[in-house]
Design a protein around this ligand. Structure first.
Ligand code: SF4
Length: 413
């Protein structure tokens, strides 16, 4: 199966999914409308029995008539969306039938068809990169994004289409992130020779928490959605518009996430169809080029290519996320507070003040005030944190690799 057939099939999957979603939404709307009409009829019967004035009854009858009309419209929409969903699924079936030979078809679902095609595309990344009209690499500036960017850039360079790549950074601001993250992401783009775009999340994590009056947590991880995903999503439209293609654009959206980071990430696949970001004008495929890598693999690639990483890793902070990430463990948070003091940052005090102001604990198991108190005790016992450039590599891949890295590291000007 060639790549354009795979694209057609994925588009068929997208349309069928969209049509089914519209039908599901129409079914819900119809249920609501039917319930509202039935309730209104019941109230009218009671009102008629209770001897209301003719004028009042007239108002109630008009309201019932309006709701009955709404129910009829909802029923009509339900029929139309049912027909559209059946047609879209039928079209997908017809499109897929000639290619089903040799593949398991017993009870094959739409998502299984999509998973098969996406798996085949992920296995041929060069073809994927060549077929893409634009490649958006999201970077936090952190180590996984760094290796993700390096892999994408290497592939695009070898395929002769580096001009398709754009590096996008969601800037959370100095109150959320470690200093120099944005600048580092920019230097990474300059080193690779790709366009660099920044989207700004005004207020950052603290602004979001202040507005909502509560800290996010693993179950309600609104911070990633509102500070990163939702800021980057409009770029897909802008990039597609700028391409001015007659047909549907293929946009690859590369993210540096790894399966080893969490059970949720372990369930991800190398390539996925982003239903929310895709439409008739663009198909957005979310690509995870470093999904299978371990933490040590990542550091080995950084060392091997002498990529510039953020210095907080040398203070053994494992992720370049928000300074105090709601998902980080206690030990990392304590270390982050001590690193703030070493760098002269006022963030621990500000986080404690915000926690007190909103009256909601930073994490269910531990408050940020407790973290900062624990950090102060450690500081009193051990003295301020110290670290040297290359410590992250010494820790993960050994002294020799670190020494070699430091000799070869030439950050872009
Ligand atoms: S780094 Fe942590 S706190 Fe910051 S946006 Fe991501 S999950 Fe939320």
């Amino acid at each position: 199966m060639d790549i354009s057939t795979r694209r057609q099939l994925l588009e068929g999957v997208r349309r069928a999914h969209q049509a089914d979603s519209a039908h599901t939404a129409a079914a819900r709307a119809r249920t609501r409308a039917a319930r509202a009409a039935a309730d209104a009829r019941a109230h009218l019967s009671l009102a008629e029995a209770s001897g209301l004035s003719a004028g009042e009854l007239e108002v109630k009858r008009a309201a019932v008539a309006g709701l009955v009309l709404r129910e009829q419209e909802a029923r009509g929409k339900l029929c139309r969306t049912f027909t559209a969903a059946r047609a879209a699924n039928g079209a997908l079936g017809a499109l897929y039938a000639p290619h089903a030979r040799g593949r398991a078809t017993g009870g094959l679902t739409r998502s299984a068809v999509a998973a098969g095609i996406l798996g085949e595309l992920a296995a041929t990344p060069r073809e994927l990169v060549l077929a893409a009209d634009a490649i958006v690499v999201s970077t936090s500036g952190g180590k996984d994004s760094l290796v993700c960017g390096q892999r994408v850039v290497t592939l695009a360079t070898e395929a002769g289409c580096l001009d398709k790549v754009v590096l996008v950074h969601a800037d959370l601001g100095e109150e959320s992130e470690w200093p120099g993250v944005r600048e580092l992401a920019q230097r990474q783009a300059e080193r690779w020779g790709v366009r660099f775009l920044v989207v700004k999340a005004e207020g950052g994590l603290l602004g979001l928490v202040e507005k909502r009056g509560m800290w996010p947590d693993a179950a309600r991880r609104l911070c990633t959605a509102s500070l990163k995903r939702e800021k980057i999503a409009p770029l897909f439209k802008q990039i597609t518009d700028a391409l001015s293609l007659d047909g549907q654009a293929l946009v690859l959206s590369a993210l540096g996430i790894r399966a080893a980071e969490s059970p949720a990430r372990a369930r991800k696949t190398s390539l996925a169809l982003d239903m929310r970001a895709s439409n008739g004008r663009r198909m957005v495929l979310t690509w995870h080029p470093v999904l299978e890598l371990t933490e040590a693999d990542v550091w080995r690639e950084i060392a091997g290519a002498a990529l510039e990483y953020h210095p907080v890793y040398d203070a053994l902070i494992p992720r370049l996320s928000c300074v105090f990430c709601v998902l980080a463990g206690r030990e990392v948070l304590v270390r982050a507070a001590r690193l703030c003091w070493a760098l002269g940052l006022d963030l621990p005090r500000r986080y404690v003040a915000l926690e007190e102001q909103i009256g909601h604990r930073f994490k269910q198991q531990v408050s940020i005030a407790e973290i900062v108190a624990e950090a102060a005790r450690a500081e009193a016992e051990e003295g301020p944190l110290t670290w040297s450039r290359g410590d992250a590599l010494r820790h993960h891949v050994g002294e020799e690799a670190a020494a070699d890295y430091l000799r070869r590291l030439t950050p872009a000007a």
